[in-house]
Design a protein around this ligand. Structure first.
Ligand code: TYM
Length: 331
């Protein structure tokens, strides 16, 4: 069985982008592969969360993983900071990750722009930590959204460089994965880019959002202008809402509104109402499970402890071999 690794940063609640870019694949893959799904709490330290927020958000992701259908018996679910072998491998990989390539990474450049007062070394070396997450289990498949593609490329670079340096075909090459041939980028509600926490709460539909909140957010979504000619190309904001509809609604519903659009007969009020109701139908069962599972601290503690043990077994095996390859050997 091939090995699979993926993680999500605990920055708050999971949204539809996280779900369709990543988690829905986790749920399917857990029965087909040897899977490790974790909560990337070390990665989230780059933005200096308070201890309370950090702890709460880690619990949130754990609860939401389970609510989405991750099965702790079928797969290994763990918290990144419970596996210190990851940080050890991170240190080794940093020794041959170069300033130039780290500075050129798109995510780093974005952060320099969005948080100019906090350009820390953790941000710069974020790709080596992510490579350590993946290589520590020698994974080959990594279910992620489109925004992580470059990080996967860097992971392959670091793994291959380690192999060359020690003349040892040790790490396999991992690739980004989605069951739907292409990697996914779920758009947000603001008429522009992707759905994402840093783009603001109003831009995101969270799995835990109540029906009222979903109706409100969708009603406020941007829809620039309407068609002025038949069969006109849609403006980005409208196109984005159609993309979201494709994800949560039936193909018939999408075709129905597409036809109306092409005939210049679409009423955005009706269109948004339908979109909101279909989102509610999609997220309601998950939301209910989130509420239930979050009450069960005993179960959550047990899942985290069990996952940490399984993840450390695998990580320890790798780190022991890596130490030998590097030349750390007992006298
Ligand atoms: P993060 O926490 O930003 O996002 C978690 C996952 O959700 C996907 N995603 C999206 N997919 C499609 N459309 C969107 N709008 C959207 N928004 C988020 C992300 O692509 C990701 O798969 N660096 C990672 C976390 C990480 C990781 C790893 C992932 C750390 N180590 C090792 C895989 C393997 C991140 O910040 O994802």
């Amino acid at each position: 069985k091939e090995t699979v690794v993926s993680g999500i940063r605990p920055t708050g609640k999971l949204h539809l982008g996280n779900y369709f870019g990543a988690v829905t694949n986790f749920v399917k893959m857990q029965h087909e592969y040897n899977c490790y799904f974790f909560i990337a709490d070390l990665h989230s330290l780059t933005t200096h969360p308070t201890p309370q927020d950090l702890h709460g958000h880690v619990k949130n992701v754990l609860v939401e993983y389970l609510a989405c259908g991750l099965d702790p018996e079928a797969t290994t679910i763990y918290i990144q900071s419970d596996v210190p072998e990851v940080t050890e491998l991170y240190l080794y990989l940093n020794m041959n990750a170069y300033m130039g390539e780290l500075e050129r990474s798109t995510s780093f450049k974005d952060k320099v722009r969005s948080q100019p007062d906090n350009v820390n070394a953790g941000l710069l070396t974020y790709p080596s930590l992510m490579a350590a997450d993946i290589l520590i289990h020698k994974a080959t498949k990594v279910p992620v959204g489109k925004d992580q593609e470059q990080h996967l490329e860097m992971t392959r670079t670091f793994g291959n460089r380690f192999n060359r340096l020690y003349n040892n075909e040790y790490f396999p090459e991992p690739f980004a994965f989605n069951y739907a041939a292409n990697l996914v980028k779920v758009p947000g509600l603001d008429g522009k880019g992707k759905m994402g926490k840093s783009e603001g709460d109003a831009n995101c539909i969270y799995l835990a959002d109540s029906p009222e909140i979903i109706r409100k957010k969708v009603a406020k979504a941007v829809t620039d202008g309407g068609p002025t000619q038949d069969n006109q190309e849609k403006p980005e904001s409208v196109q984005n809402l159609f993309e979201l509809m494709k994800i949560v609604s039936t193909p018939d519903t999408v075709t129905h509104f597409d036809d109306l659009y092409n005939k210049q007969a679409i009423r955005y009020g009706d269109f948004k109402k339908q979109l909101a109701e279909d989102m509610i139908i999609f997220n309601s069962p998950i939301r209910e499970r989130i509420e239930e599972i979050s009450k069960d601290s005993v179960y959550l503690r047990q899942v985290a402890r069990h996952g940490a043990m399984k993840a450390r077994d695998s990580a320890h095996k790798t780190i022991k071999e890596v130490r030998e390859i590097i030349g750390f050997k007992p006298f």
